[in-house]
Design a protein. Structure first.
Length: 329
C-alpha cells in the first residue's frame, strides 16, 4: 500500500482531508504536524492515521520512505493574516513547502499545495488564477502572510515554466474556508465559525462596521467555501493524475456578511440580531471588502461538482457539529 503525507494534517483542512482518506482506505495516511497542549489533537481523534511525525523529523522520514510515498499534500502554514513575525512566515509558508517541492521534483512524488486568496491583495487586479509569471508579478499582497504565500507561487511559476516539476502538481488559491475542526484556530477561525459561535453562546452577532462608502455595514462580501467542498476537490485531484496547474478554490460567488449572519440565525431557528462594531485600527487599511474566486480554470480542467450554498453549509455546520457535545468531524 502506498503512502500519502499531509503536512499540517492535524489542522483544519488537513484533518478533514485525513478523515476522508482514512475512509477511502486506499493509502496509508501519514500526518506531519505539531499539537502542543491544547485540544488540536481532537481533530484527528476519530481517524486511524498511520503515523504522526513532527516537522523536525520530516527530512529523515522523507528519505526513509521515498520509495512508497506517492503524494504530498502540502497544507502546513502559518495562517494568521495578522502575523508580524515575517521570518516565521517565510520559514513556514515559503522555505518549508519549497523543500517539499524540490523533494517531489527529485523523487517523482505528486505534489498538491494550498496557497491563498490573500495573494490577490485588495482585489483591484481581479481574482484571475493565471500561472503566468508576469501576471503573478503584478499582484501586491496586503500582508506579510499574503506575501509569503505569493513568494511560493512565484517560485513554482518560474520552475514549471522551464519544465522543473513533479509528475503531477497543483496549487490551490484558497478563499475563505469554514467548517468543522477549525476550533483550535481561535481568533483566526473563519468569519462564519466565529459568528455562529457568537449566535449560539450570546444569541447575537457582532460584525465590523464598513469603512468603505461602496459597502454598507454588513455589506462587505466574501467568497466562502465549505470545507467539505475543498476536500472533494483535493480528492478529485488525487483521482485525476493529468490535472496540473494553479487554480482558485472558492465557491465562485461572493456573499455578504449580513447573508452569513442571517443564515446562522436561520439554522438556529432564531430571528437575526446583529450589532456592528469598530474595526481595529491596524486592520482598516488592510481589509478586503470583496473577494470572489474566478473558477473557470478549475471547471475547464474537468471539475463539475456543485459547491454548497452558505445556507446549506452553515446549516450542516451548526446543527451537525457546533451544537453537538462532540463537534469534531
Amino acid at each position: 500500500m502506498k503512502t500519502i503525507l499531509i503536512t499540517g494534517g492535524g489542522g483544519f483542512i488537513g484533518s478533514n482531508l485525513a478523515a476522508a482518506l482514512c475512509v477511502r482506505g486506499t493509502h496509508r495516511v501519514v500526518v506531519c504536524d505539531r499539537f502542543g497542549t491544547d485540544d488540536k489533537w481532537r481533530n484527528l481523534a476519530h481517524h486511524p492515521v498511520w503515523e504522526i511525525i513532527p516537522p523536525e523529523g520530516l527530512p529523515g522520514w522523507l528519505i526513509e520512505h521515498r520509495g512508497d510515498l506517492e503524494v504530498i499534500y502540502s497544507l502546513a502554514a502559518s495562517s494568521s493574516t495578522t502575523e508580524k513575525n515575517i521570518d516565521l512566515l517565510i520559514a513556514n509558508n515559503f522555505s518549508f513547502p519549497l523543500a517539499l517541492w524540490r523533494f517531489c521534483v527529485k523523487h517523482g512524488v505528486r505534489f498538491f499545495h494550498t496557497s491563498s486568496a490573500a495573494t490577490y491583495g485588495d482585489g483591484s487586479l481581479g481574482f484571475d488564477d493565471d500561472i503566468n509569471l508576469e501576471a503573478l508579478k503584478k499582484l501586491v499582497p496586503l500582508s506579510g502572510y499574503g506575501w509569503s504565500k505569493h513568494l511560493f507561487d512565484l517560485h513554482l511559476a518560474a520552475d514549471t515554466a522551464v519544465g522543473t516539476k513533479p509528475p503531477q502538481w497543483t496549487v490551490l488559491k484558497m478563499f475563505n474556508n469554514y467548517g468543522p475542526n477549525e476550533y483550535h484556530k481561535e481568533t483566526q477561525r473563519s468569519v462564519i465559525g466565529q459568528i455562529a459561535q457568537q449566535a449560539i453562546d450570546a444569541k447575537t452577532l457582532r460584525l465590523f462596521r464598513s469603512y468603505n462608502k461602496d459597502y454598507p455595514d454588513g455589506g462587505q462580501m466574501r467568497d466562502v467555501i465549505y470545507v467539505k467542498d475543498c476536500i472533494a476537490v483535493l480528492l478529485w485531484l488525487l483521482d485525476n493524475t493529468s490535472v496540473n496547474g494553479l487554480f482558485n478554490l472558492g465557491s465562485g460567488k461572493a456573499r455578504t456578511f449580513s447573508d452569513m449572519g442571517k443564515a446562522v440565525f436561520a439554522a438556529l431557528s432564531r430571528e437575526p440580531r446583529i450589532n456592528y462594531i469598530d474595526m481595529p485600527d491596524g486592520l482598516i487599511n488592510k481589509y478586503q471588502y470583496f473577494t470572489e474566486a474566478k473558477m473557470d480554470r478549475l471547471r475547464a480542467a474537468g471539475y463539475t461538482a456543485p459547491f454548497t450554498s452558505i445556507e446549506d453549509g452553515i446549516k450542516d455546520y451548526v446543527l451537525n457539529y457546533l451544537v453537538k457535545p462532540d463537534p469534531y468531524l
